[in-house]
Design a protein around this ligand. Structure first.
Ligand code: ARG
Ligand code: ZN
Length: 890
């Protein structure tokens, strides 16, 4: 906690460290009421910074350290006293006498009361760590920055009975027992690493063991550690790990480098997971999955997060970041890697649809809000606030564009060079781009604006067909809105993948003016100027363009399609992603028309073409069911909010609900047929984890949710049958959600009670139970959430619970959160103030919905701002919360 304004840190001020730490030898003594950390640091002057030393002498050594009680300090075995150093609440400063020296320190820390879940803390009965980004300074005095890389040896001592398992990074090298029921284990990590990759775990854990034979025939032991009651939920993560290891060898040529790879699941975790060298620590929600307790979506998330953290071993650990402004160097790249992995393991098109829907709804909103920042930020107050959708998701899109521009082979040449050139180094986004340029002989200077300019570019496209000349010209105009600190933007390089459809829906051969011959029906053109035209020749009839296929760039494209053209693209586009996108654009047009009608107090009249398009999808048995399910899903209220100038939450909700009801009523027969056929297979086969079955269940559940809009008794009966008689969480939770959102009060109450009673001891299932209720848009949402906060399974100390209840309410239940009297805002602000003292990272993240106040009408704007002001005035704010609140009020 701070009393003055936190300092702003700038990328332009970066300087290499004054000192280096070659070796880090740590001993932890873990106790119930405190822990002791002995650190021996073998240090030397950084030769890069030593030029002026001869005249000026050695600079002071400034170590980071927070919430540490210094018990002993010595340099080269000479004990130091208070007169030899300066101590403030975040640094220990001393004066080295020689260019190489060894520093020994002992500090006392309190993991048992650490609710911020940063540094060393307890999750339930186990000790664990989270050091990224700047948590290691809460463990010992250190140069806590990613460009200081050291060889770590770690000894952990603890009570044998409570903590039989003692883990750290690298390989186990020794262990033994001590007097008084204690024992110890020593781990050695042969790879130099920054402190943010340090990890320690001590607990009563069970593990599932397996092994992996690498491409050079080395055997790697694989272990996933969990609390004993979860041992039956680990197999899916283990399978995902082995697939990830194989994929990284095949697609990137990357082999694992230690003899052992471990994952530990912990219940209390601020984020998804952490890639600590050889010892990944995971939020249990990203490891544990079995059919009875986790949905298909949850299984896919486990697969993706296991892959993501594993892939970091190269993109993040072997090659790491020079400073935290470069965070996207590892995160954007690794998100791209895990997305491609998931695309290869499952449906590529569906994966892309899901990612794009998420990006457009959430990252585009962030990029248009007060916290907008470039993929490589220029400054920050609190680095924890920059683990953002922009750094991760937009960062991944930037890497994807490089892949699109260079092609798969060129991209691989670039990554090979990058890994070879920078192995063991801490580098920058510029180094990544340079490797791509050097390996491919290209110039990416202009492309690099994607790293430095914030905001979502707009790309307005118009067409001109000249039948006499048989030419078709597409004209592009790009622009990018101002973002905080960036008024003017220069043009981006925007790769636009496109095709031109003829009247039968086939891709025309594409030949640009000046080209000798046509190059296929799908191609990528680069828009690099503010205004630029491309003329295609040999075009006999006016085509229909399919633009930005697969969302080939993270931009907002506009083209004046009419609804019939969108319906045509929905049916005929050779690009599955754009078929879906045409459907989304059609839905948006129709919904916006209804929103207007609602605002003018007119009766709502749905354009029947949307129903026709949906009926066509349901009637076509040859379509991939996963695609049908995606295409039948209406844009979310959050997305409709994002694309509104001023979001009218009530009109958006009314328009969308009205459309859902119309779909349920008009398409009742085909929806019922699909539902019954798919549910019959579910009953017959039981749960099958394969893609085709996942697709079938998804469609089954979407159909059920539309059917339930009818309020018919036999649909209710079907829903209850599914709820009671299924063997998996995908069907059970969907049925529960449908009931919760229905008006069948008694059945709803019974189902909720029965579910909670059965699953009360499984915290991850209870999270889903909270979420389903928190997201329910029926009137009275805030009161329901307030009541659930009193439920015995709820606690503000567990981030998953906070996200499941408060987060789901504020982010997914827009009509209740934004109720006109501001009670939803007050509720969120109250909890942000409480969380600020408990867990600043979580507090700051939960704040996000309030920072979007500019999107709403004057009345709501005032109410939201008032709550932000109230948080600001509430007392000592963490740097996390202060930065977000002050920037969003500025
Ligand atoms: N590097 C982790 C990842 O895989 C994220 C951990 C960040 N944690 C934090 N508390 N900021 O994405
Ligand atoms: Zn990551």
């Amino acid at each position: 906690m701070r009393t003055e304004q936190p300092k702003v840190i700038y990328l332009k001020d970066y300087q290499a460290p004054e000192y280096l730490i070659d070796e880090t030898n740590l001993t932890f003594e873990l106790y119930e009421d405190h822990s002791l950390v002995h650190a021996q640091l073998v240090m030397r002057r950084n030769p890069e910074r030593a030029a002026g030393d001869a005249g000026a002498g050695l600079p002071p050594l400034v170590l980071d350290g927070q919430q540490l009680e210094l018990l002993a300090l010595s340099m080269d075995d000479q004990a130091l006293t208070a007169a030899d150093y300066q101590l403030d609440d975040s640094h220990l400063t001393l004066q080295p006498k020689a260019a190489t020296f060894t520093l020994d320190s002992t500090v006392r820390i309190h993991p048992e009361t650490n609710t911020a879940l940063e540094g060393l803390y307890k999750s339930g009965k186990m000790f664990c760590t989270q050091c990224e980004a700047e948590g290691f300074r809460k463990i010992t005095y250190y140069l806590d920055r990613p460009d200081v890389m050291s060889k770590f040896t770690t000894t952990v001592t603890a009570e044998q009975h409570r903590y039989p398992v003692l883990l750290s990074n690298g390989n186990p090298v020794a262990s033994g027992s001590e007097e008084g029921g204690r024992h110890w284990a020593t781990w050695q990590d042969p790879f130099k690493k920054p402190a943010y990759l340090f990890a320690l775990v001590a607990g009563d854990l069970w593990c599932v063991e397996d092994s992996f034979t690498t491409m050079t025939a080395r055997d790697v032991a694989l272990r996933i550690y969990v609390e004993p009651e979860n041992i039956d939920k680990v197999q899916h993560a283990m399978d995902s790990l082995k697939k990830s290891m194989r994929w990284d060898e095949e697609v990137y040529g990357r082999e694992y480098d230690l003899d052992i790879f471990m994952i530990v699941a912990v219940n209390d975790f601020n984020m998804g997971a952490m890639e600590n060298k050889g010892l990944n620590i995971f939020n249990s929600s990203c490891v544990l999955a079995k059919a009875e307790t986790a949905t298909d979506a949850a299984h896919q998330r486990v697969e993706a997060v296991v892959a993501h953290e594993y892939f970091h071993n190269w993109s993040g650990n072997r090659v790491t970041c020079r400073d935290w402004f470069q965070l996207s160097l590892k995160e954007g790249f690794t998100v791209f890697r895990d997305a491609e992995f998931s695309a290869d393991m499952n449906s590529r098109t569906v994966k892309r649809i899901e990612d794009v829907a998420f990006l457009r709804t959430n990252q585009f909103a962030e990029d248009a809000g007060p916290m907008a920042h470039p993929v490589r930020p220029d400054s920050f107050m609190e680095i924890s606030n920059f683990y953002t959708l922009t750094v991760y998701e937009k960062g991944s899109e930037v890497v994807r564009m490089i892949h699109t521009l260079l092609g798969a082979e060129g991209f691989r040449k670039g990554t090979d060079l990058y890994f070879e050139r920078h192995d063991g180094q801490a580098v920058t986004c510029d180094d990544f781009i340079k490797a791509m340029e050097d390996a491919n002989g290209v110039d990416l200077t202009q492309f690099k604006r994607w790293y430095s300019q914030a905001g979502t570019p707009r790309l307005a496209v118009t067409e001109a067909f000249d039948p006499a000349a048989r030419t078709y010209t597409l004209s592009f105009r790009q622009s990018c809105p101002a973002t905080p600190g960036q008024a003017e933007k220069l043009p981006f390089v925007i790769p636009v993948e496109l095709g031109l459809l003829d009247a039968a829906g086939n891709d025309l051969p594409l030949r640009l003016a000046g080209e000798a011959q046509a190059g296929g029906g799908n191609r990528v053109i680069s828009v690099t100027e503010a205004e630029q035209s491309f003329t295609f020749v040999d075009i006999a009839e006016k085509p229909l363009p399919s633009l930005l296929r697969g969302l080939s760039a993270p931009v907002k494209l506009s083209f004046p399609y009419d609804r019939d053209q969108l319906m045509f693209l929905m049916q005929h586009d050779s690009d599955g992603f754009n078929r879906w996108d045409a459907g989304q654009q059609l839905s948006v047009q129709v919904l916006q028309e209804l929103i207007g009608q609602h605002q003018r107090g007119e009766p709502l009249q749905l354009d029947p073409r949307l129903l026709t398009a949906f009926r066509t999808l349901l009637d076509d048995e040859s379509l991939d069911q996963a695609m049908v399910a995606e295409m039948l899903s209406l844009p979310s209220e959050a997305y409709l909010t994002e694309i509104s100038e001023v979001a009218d939450v009530d009109a958006i909700h009314a328009a969308r609900e009205f459309t859902r009801q119309s779909i349920g009523a008009t398409l009742f027969e085909p929806l019922l047929a699909r539902y019954q056929a798919n549910r019959a297979i579910s009953r017959e086969t039981g749960y099958v984890a394969e893609a085709a079955h996942i697709a079938r269940r998804t469609l089954q559940n979407i159909a059920l949710s539309y059917l339930m809009q009818s309020g018919k008794a036999d649909v209710l009966a079907a829903c209850l049958e599914q709820f009671k008689d299924c063997d998996n969480m995908t069907e059970r939770l969907s049925a529960l959600a449908v009931l919760v959102n229905s008006g069948f009060e008694q059945e709803k109450a019974e189902a909720l009670a029965c579910f909670a009673d059965y699953f009360k001891d499984d915290p991850l299932v209870m999270d889903q139970w909270f979420s389903v209720q928190a997201g329910c848009g029926l009137p009275g949402g805030l009161e329901r959430v307030q009541a659930l906060m009193e439920h015995p399974a709820f606690t503000l100390k567990n981030p998953n619970k906070v996200r499941a209840l408060i987060g789901a309410f504020a982010n997914q239940n827009l009509v209740n959160f934004h109720r006109a009297d501001g009670a939803g805002y007050r509720f969120l602000a109250d909890h942000v103030i409480t969380l600020n003292a408990l867990n600043p990272q979580i507090a700051s993240r939960q704040l996000a919905p309030l920072t979007r106040w500019r999107k709403y009408d004057d009345g709501r704007q005032q109410l939201m701002r008032a709550e932000l002001e109230r948080i600001l005035a509430s007392g000592e704010l963490s740097s996390d919360v202060f930065e977000v609140v002050s920037k969003s009020l500025a």
